[in-house]
Design a protein around this ligand. Sequence first.
Ligand code: M6R
Length: 596
Amino acid sequence: MCGIVGMVNGHPVARDLVTALGRLEYRGYDSAGVAVAGPGFEVHKVIGGTTELMGKVGNGFAGHAGIGHTRWATHGRAEVRNAHPHVWDGVAVVHNGIIENYHDLRGRMIANGETFESDTDSEVIPHLIAAARKAGAAPMDAVREACTELHGAYAIAVLFQDVPDRVVVARQGSPVMVARGRNVAAVASDPSALSALCDDYAALEDGDLAELSNHGVTIFGRDGQLAQRCWQKVEGAEEEAAAGLFGSFTRAEIAAQPVALRNTDAALAGRAIPQAIADAERLVVVACGSSMYAASTVRPWIEKLTGLPCDLEIASEYRTREAPLSRGTVGILVSQSGETADTMGVMEMLKARNVPIVAVVNVQHSQMARGADLLWPTMAGKEQGVAATKSFTCQMLALIRFGLALGLARGTVTSGTLVAVERELAGLAVVCARAEMLEGQFEAVAERLVREGEALFIGRGSAAALANEGALKLKELSYLRAEAYAAGELKHGPIAMIREGSPVIVCAGAGQHAGKSLANAEEVRARGGYVIALVDDASAAAFAPVADEMIVLPGAGLGTLFAQAVAMQLIAVHAAVVLRHPVDRPRNLAKSVTVE
Ligand code: M6R
């Protein structure tokens, strides 16, 4: 979370910095700021995003070197004084990560008579660097010295008032890339931020320092020696869903699902599985948020196709549980961003225990994608809305494709199953497109949920897992209270919440134990609940007398699940629109969660 950029250029950098920051706003957007040097030394910070910042920067900043930041608050509220860059004694710093020992450092500095403006952990960094400079260290050495005192995760870019022609970068635990272009040396949390300016980029490794100057980029390893890193071409800005026609990127990304699914399927169909993974005796899928729900929704397919037990583990819990790993375990990490801190933590843990790792990742330059034994990519394209939509359905598809490929390698997939699954996969894009056409009905459901101020999602089997995603989407976009339960669990307690008019969304279809969910819907109705059924054609007749509202979705089997996913995404978007919430940037969230 938080995006950083830095640049040394032959001309004023402020506007380029802010433009690059704009492409990093998915990492946080509660405040933004830049510092530029040479000539002069100027700092500007705003609450809000880069549009506000561009307004401030205008054409007035002359400096040829600069750093910038877009923030997702960890320590300290979204206030200008907590926005980056933080400056002390002519040293300006932007930071992504968390400094765990900032409390002790700050205490020591305050005892020394130093003062602090913010509540952030980051502000100790310029203090440490400035102290080293005062003691005579050159810029690079001062940053190196400061880093020895920092515990935690960081990617930092540092600008010096008295050496205004360079930016120093350091990395430990948080992703950061250096990049080069004609007359520009740059740094950013994500190379796509620099696609308009730079030709190639290199990911820094933990312990690396880099210097950007008019001579280009120089990288030093942890040992202080010059280091070679792998330079790759900066890809042109990916084609992005155009928000214009749809009102929001999120809505446009829902509409882009058919294309995203086709691209993902085309990339994965027929891919082989390496032997080390085909030899698996057990699978453990580790993920967070929507990525976890995508995996839990399609787990039955993975297990059926491979004949292997497939455990599901929430990354933040798994990394601290010290769970025993049975022989032959293969880890499957699922992540849109490929940089979620908890999932990355599990990656390190599994690597240390020699567990082969498959990464189902959308951002293919990410550390997770690069570090896996097998990258099994989703090809959803850039997702600008903070809420996962097209990446979610692509993850479901990719995981089923993985199950199929692994099953083929293990000999657990019959030719009949292969034909049937291929047919279902081939139909998913069309099912999603047809589901989207029912938007008016989803909008009406959203209006009801907003009126009632809450929603309960239930289902059985895969639909129970998918219900969690429905509730998550509604929570994050509309901020309404939303819960999800396996329909059979209602009577074990949650049914006490049902009052007259409580909206309960029931997901049911063939293969989702629709008959049993119908009985649960009856129980809800008998207590005054308002039943909204998202069903397939085969279940419609049975649900008609029970449901207060029923939406008959396209598709059958696997297709029903994808149609239900689209339905729940659109319900959430419309609830947010009714409530006038920012659909693409819900409060308190960020797209990449790079803190624990
Ligand atoms: O990038 P990742 O897939 O690892 O991110 C995991 C979650 O943070 C993410 O899915 C989050 O729950 C989204 N906001 C869901 O819309």
